[in-house]
Every structure is written in structure tokens, then in C-alpha cells.
Design a binder for this molecule. Sequence first.
Ligand code: DSN
Length: 480
Amino acid sequence: MADVNALTSSAYSQALEVIASVEPRVAEATRQELADQRASLKLIASENYASPAVLLTMGTWFSDKYAEGTVGHRFYAGCQNVDTVEALAAEHARELFGAEYAYVQPHSGIDANLTAYWAILAHRVEGPWLQNAGVKNMNDLSETEWERLRNELGNQRLLGMSLDAGGHLTHGFRPNISGKMFHQQQYGTDPETGLLDYDALAAKAREFKPLIIVAGYSAYPRRVNFAKMREIADEVGATLMVDMAHFAGLVAGKVFTGDEDPVPHAHVVTSTSHKSLRGPRGGFILATDEYAPSVDRGCPMVLGGPLSHVMAAKAVAFAEARRPEFQTYAQDIADNAKALAEGFLKRGVKLVTGGTDNHIVLLDVSSLGITGRQAESALLDSGVVTNRNSVPSDPNGAWYTSGVRLGTPALTTRGLGADEFDQVADLIVNVLKSTSPGTTSAGAPSKASYVIADGVAEKTKAAAAELMGRFPLYPGLDLS
Ligand code: DSN
């Protein structure tokens, strides 16, 4: 078999020369991005490193093709090759997740969620309303009827997990469009344990009677019982939508099975392809056959033209995730998160929910006397890339925060194991304990500025680069 590393090296070296011939600064930034990603500890829970095969698939002339519509049913001519890659991506997704139907066109997780919301509204509200009115085509509605339908669509209810409990902006957060297009209510976590309180959620659902219950999270470090969520949805007549963007890799890799696998329990599942699933940047939707025809209308009713080059890369990534080694990878993600959490707990750092059983570890840095923003900045100076995050009922709000979210998918891809994640915890704790709040230019206490004890950032940066040097990113890829 060909030496993939050598091929990748020459492919990228030559590609960068071609780019440099037009705009050398873009070629240089691209080289620098690789150098930076190679040297730093990437602990952003939603990031990963896609394989060279996935990355290379994105850089082709599929980018030049319009393909609005669906496979075999396009609004443009000449889509035969797009049909091939879109059908392949959908087939791999269905097989990988055991889904009845897959839609691989969404450009991102937010696009996937918006498409899913409109599909559910179309299936549950618009379709029955039109049928009731005896109207086949929306364009045949009188202005008065149209106004009534719009009111009906605009008066639906959504129940989702609150942002500070770990939910996503698109799960009904008021400033987000999802919090404006629906009457929304939010569920949270138990104030004592930080864990999802299914009884409180069920009580809220009974009272609020939402059309849609959204499950899933972007900063909750625990597993969810989707069978229980479906029971609650069924009891109140709601559609259960699960946003698995963060943990799709753990579902694909069979770490989350049975009640923890959303696919058999939800009506509609949305996801991204680039987080723990390790594919190209993009989104996709899985659904039961019942919801498929409405989801299929995503483009051009909600989405712009599909990114055919990214759909091709999704097909490659999903094929990779169907290999047995992906299951080992997914289990390693969860094992490494446990090791990382243990590393913090034994060094006295507080964790939201007291630990993890997925890929996320959420540090509560308030007891260290700093904000999440100060912690994030001090860590970045030290070669550790993370993101600040709210903790439940965060006194510092969503901008400064009291938390730092960490995730293991990326560094697990580089091959780090439990011992190295313990070392990572040690480096982070040392930086955080060496950081103190700074002051504003007027001398007032600041939630943003910070002071790191002399030499700590430099020493940590060197240790991070040394550790990363032992686990090279894209080994063999030489751009010199
Ligand atoms: N930006 C993603 C994350 O970091 O979790 C969610 O949108």
C-alpha cells in the first residue's frame, strides 16, 4: 500500500506552493496554523483533528458545483457526481448510526438544528393545518388564511436545556433565534448534584406541553438517558429532538448504547461531523421515516446550496468511523476524560457534577479566585487551548464565566493515554494556581486581566510542546 504520510506531505507541500503563487500570506498562515496546532495542547471539547483523507477531500472542484435539492431531484443540471457522494455519505451515516434516514446537507450544527425545527413544524403543524383547510399548495392560501397559518407556526412551544446547565444556544436560549421563533422554557440540573433532574423535567413538560423537547448538550459532562426523555416526550405528545453534536463520536463508537444511544429513541437527531466524530466541519440530521420528507426540504427552504466538497468529506469520515478502530478511539476518549477528571480531583480542583462519564470535564475555577476568562487566557499563554464556559447559576455570567470546559477527543486522536492526561491536569492546575486577578487601567478589580507568576507560562508552554512532540500531529507531514 502507498505510504500515506509521504503522499500527504507531498500533496500539501505542493498545494501550499500553488496557494503561495497567488497569496503567499494565506499559505504562510496555513503553515503557521499547523505549527501552532502541533505545539499546543488542544483541549477544546468541540475540536478534533480530521484525517488527511478527510481534509484533502474538502479541497476539490466539488466546491464549484451548485446542487440545491436532493439526490436525483435537483434544481440544477449536472449533479450526477454530487448525487454519488451525497448518497454515499447518507448511506454511511445510516449504517453507522442504525438510522432510518440521514440528511447530510446542513453546513453546521446550528443549520442542522434550524432545519430540524422547521421540519418538525412542517410535519406537526403546517401539514395537518393545510390538510384541515383542504389546501394542497401554500400559494393557494388567501391572505387571511396565510396569516392564520403563520400565527399557528409562530405559536409553538419548545423545551430545551438551559445554556448555563450545559445546553446549547439553539436549544431555546432567548437571545438566539430558537428562543424567539418558539415560546420557550428551559430545563436545568439539580442545584446540589449538577445532574439532570428527570422528574423536574417531566413536571415542567406536563405543565408547559411543548411541541418539541430538545435533549443534548455542549457543556454537560454526563450521559443522558434518552429512553427516559422519550417517555416524557410521549407522555406530553412532544417530538423528541436530540442534538448529539458533541457526543456523536461516542454514539458512533458504541460507547453510548441502549438508553444512552439517542437514535432509537428520538424522532429527530441533529449533529455536527467535526467534533468527537472527527470528520469535516459540517452538520447532518438523522430521522425516522415519518420525519424524512420534511427534513428533505431543508435545502432550499432553510439552507443554502449544499457544500458538495464537504458532503464528500463526510462520506470519507463516516466510512472511517465504521472501521473497528473507531470504537477503540471512542472508548479511549471516555477513559481519558475520566483520567483527566481524576487528575483534577486529586489536586483539589472542583468539577461540575464531581466528574465525567463522557468526553467533557468542566472545571469550576471560582474557588481558585479567578474567572473562567482569566483562566482561559492564562492557559492560552501557557500553550493550553481551552474555552471558558458558564457553570450552573454562574455569578460571572456567560462572558466572564466561572468555568473552563475541557474535552479529550483531539488529544486522544494524537494518542495520549491516561498517564499523559494526568500530566495535562498537573500542568493546568499549576497554571491556574499560579494565576491571580489583575486590575483595570484605573486600578479597579478586573474579571479579565490576570497575572501569572514569573516563568510559569513559559515553563508550561515548553512542557506542552515537549509532550506534543511525543505525539506528533500528522506524523510524517513535512512542509519544510
Ligand atoms: N461551538 C460549539 C461548541 O464549542 O460546543 C457548539 O456550537
